[in-house]
Design a protein. Sequence first.
Length: 552
Amino acid sequence: MALYLGLDSSTQSLTAVVIQIDDDERRVLLETSLNFDEVLPHYGTRNGVLPDADPAVGLAPPLMWAEALDVMMGRLADAIDVRQVAAISGSAQQHGSVYLNASATATLGSLDAGRPLVDQVRGAFSRDTSPIWMDSTTTEECGEITASLGAAGDVRLARATGSRAFERFTGPQIRRFFKRDPLAYEATDRIHLVSSFMASLLAGCQAPLEPGDASGMNLMDLTTKQWWPEAIAATAPSLASKLPPIVDPWTCIGVLAPYWQIRCGFPAASVIAWTGDNPSSLVGVGLARDGQVAISLGTSDTVFGPMSEARVNDSGTGHVFGAPTGAYMALTCFQNGSLARERVRTDQGMSWAEFSQALASTPPGNGGHMMLPWFAPEITPPIAAPSIHRYGPAGGGGSDVRAVVEAQMMSMAFHTRWMTDRIDVIHATGGAAVNREILQVMADVFGARVLRLTVGNSAALGAALRAAHGHRRTCEPRTEWADVLAGVAEPLAESRVDPDPDRQAMYREMIPLYALCEAHARGRAGDPQELIEQFSRALPAWSHWNKLQGER
Ligand code: ADP
Ligand code: XUL
């Protein structure tokens, strides 16, 4: 029996998925999660992040991720026969960086199975916090990096690296660290992403990066899949010597360190390079062709899909990353995802069941009540400070629930038009994908069929599949991705939600209005109030939608 372990170190939790892939049996054997706030409360995080009075700051303790790994590997040893694990890979929240000092290489190479991991790695950091993807403090550094790339530096950066400078991307974060604490920067021997840091702990050596996660740094040349010297020079001094090498995504970077073998009973399993959670999810949701996208409704919401060729978006929203298959993927990230839905739910004192009920009992179009739910700074569109804007008739209660979900779906549809000419199928994943009423709004707004994945954590499943793929490739270099995915990463047929043609037609008219509200809120267009009033007067009554539903 060959088992493959995938780990996903996300913002709020560490998840493990174990799959069995034999010639006659393919199945998910185990899926388990460990919530940082609950299991490791001594780090004082809230939703996995260190509380800070400034909403633009997003920091987390990397030691917490190391301790979570120690706890999880112990739990796995209790739950399954870990001696059967042939290979391990993983994924992590993208962009976050971990700063190690010169003692780290020796520490990683001599981990003592008799002592907890955290006690041994505590002294290996040159900075004890990691800026993560929720941090938006680097607007100034983004400007500096862009400016030093010359005229049209933003377009040059986007074309070379797949993204213009984004606050959460690692390059601008590294520059800020270098500016604010030059001594600690100098004492930094290696800058890891969360993914390569976790891989280093498993393999007991300094792990490399692969193009999927490295393309989230504003530092990698998308074509050569190696560091882009101009971006490196524009970011911080001596940076090239501090960055890990970039290897193919299926590279076996070593075997599991003796620490894990002795402490938890694992064999010398292959460790396959880790990647970012979004590239990992691409295989975890089984996406293969253009026209298919996945929408992950996690802490943030992300829309992503495969791309055979890197088609960079000059308008500045969205990113092109490397994909685990060796090709590319497009992605657009919306920070106010579950965070905003939860905020509205809590403000209304509702359970998730009541939230769903509120969606089911409010009319599509919400009588013209629209909300721009930027409870936290937003990535798409870029909004620096939290702000809530309302348009149309006053809301409250169930109307606020519909307003937040409709706004999120319309924003996603509007800002991802560059990614593909046509979307016919959406694979939904992430914590909120269990909510059928949310998926119905998604189907209606995008005018596409929505299917939910069997395994909740597509990033961890993707990691397990990448472990299987990388391991098989070492014996059979021509291993096809389709052979690895078959029978494991497939959506639930009964989860299918189809768009309603009348609602779809209504949203087709409403999306441009939503875009006008957004432009107005950003000071780029006049007040759309009158147009919204016209639109709401033409909206059919709730009884009309109910009747249609009854007839179908
Ligand atoms: P991440 O991987 O970013 O840590 P998850 O994908 O695990 O996040 O999603 C967690 C989120 O899912 C929670 O913050 C919660 O808001 C949301 N969630 C859980 N259950 C429901 C539900 N029934 N309806 C809508 N959202 C839900
Ligand atoms: C993607 C992004 C987020 C994180 C969440 O660019 O910032 O999706 O990867 O973990």
